[in-house]
Design a protein around this ligand. Sequence first.
Ligand code: FSO
Ligand code: SF4
Length: 535
Amino acid sequence: MFCYQCEETVGGKGCDRLGVCGKTEDVANLQDLLVYVCKGISYYLVELRASGINDETSDIFIMESLFSTITNANFDREFFMQKIAEGLDIKRRLKEKVKSQNAPDCADWDGSDFDEKAKSVGLLSTIDEDLRSLRWTIIYALKGMSAYAHHSYVLGYKDEGIFAFMESALNSAASETDKGKLMDIVDRCGAMGLSVMELLDKANTSKYGTPEPTKVNIAAGIRPGILISGHDLGDLDILLKQAEGKGIDIYTHGEMLPANAYPYFKRQKHLVGNYGGSWWLQGTDFENFNGPIILTTNCLIPPKDSYKNRVYVTGVVGFQGLKRIPEKKGIKDFTEVIEYAAKCQPPKAGEQGTIDSGFAYGTLASAAPKILELVQAGKIKRFVVMAGCDGRHKDRSYYTDYAKALPGDTVILTAGCAKYRYNKLELGEIEGIPRVIDAGQCNDSYSLIKIALALKNAVGAESVNDLPLTFNIAWYEQKAALILLTLLHLGIKDITLGPRLPAFLSPNVRKQIVEKTGLRLNSNVSEDMRLHLGR
Ligand code: FSO
Ligand code: SF4
């Protein structure tokens, strides 16, 4: 095993025995083998597309497979064994359609001992450090892309161009040796990151309306509840329909929080608010919740025995021993969870009050004149984009300290679970504009990009880099890596990133990116504050 795809990787270098996330060696290797099989399938798909033939079953397989290997989504050996077998069947079928003399090993391998083969196809099989770095940066970006494509797909939205790009990039990640070409693909991943976030924004807002500023309740009620976590709004929708009138309260957790701000979900009286905090607090939050919990996407932490029997998974999420939401006639059936919830105690009371969410670009556009007026009057001196992910390491308190230290004439723009580091602080407002503007889930970084571009146009600036706008991003897993590549692709300079730079960027690749973009690692609050605000 060798995995360095997330920020928490051992020693900032790589997990080589057991993942900090809890991923075991055999599962890590099988995930690598599944990626390898996807590369083989992509080889044939690229050939077929060149002759005008598409294969949707394969597109979906690649999207689901890559998504299942993202950090904290699936830890289940059986899931990966089955997926690899399924992939091999797809590959055989495609191989019959393509007459190829020079197929790479990933396309040729026909599946013998999975565990043995899995040991030889990981990232260390590429000896050259820079080549490895570029190839796996692409693969990690594709993992993030597949997650957002999947959230869109389940709502009925897909984009042929995104599938075609993913397959062609995966094919290049398997065999391309020209580092310049691979660097170009890294950049194109950033461009495609914007497209996939745009697609998901369209899917979410077309189905559920434009999020509106909302004070989300964080207090526990007195009825039994179901806690739903992850990013999949479609699952929340089905659950709410099936639980209506059953005397059960539905609460969001982690990245599901922004659902509370969509007009469609606001109309559901039994969606009562958000319980708990960020993904890494689930050990305590799930224990205290007392009722069943549904994980629709990452981030899942290996569950404790004290609540394991109450956790249900769906979609690409998996963990040995957890119950899976069944499907009846293609529709997810939450009956068992709802009946189980009715027998449970209500959630343990704890927090009180509300948190603000729902500031999508569609809503902020209407507040734009007011915001501009405040900027021109010097009442808002700077915006700081603090989007991204949260994580469990102590040094993440940097983001809380930074938010607290920001002067009262600054506004934080956020999206993703990074917000939990400061969204319960009393940071106040500037003439009705909250000092923490939460656009939503990590994919709603798209909204933040739109806001930045709108601001640029409104003040007549030549570039986003000329605005009083600083990017101080927190990353953890591969969706955030994709978002970073999108920001870099858009030409945003001098982004501060933390708490560590990605281990998958080799020193040479990192140097090249840093020289071109000014990307830098965050340091300490006072130094960064001086650099960002000039005071
Ligand atoms: Fe967070 Fe996890 Fe949304 Fe990620 S819950 S860390 S970037 O999966 O996707 O922000
Ligand atoms: Fe380690 Fe992160 Fe990979 Fe898990 S996902 S094995 S923590 S690098």
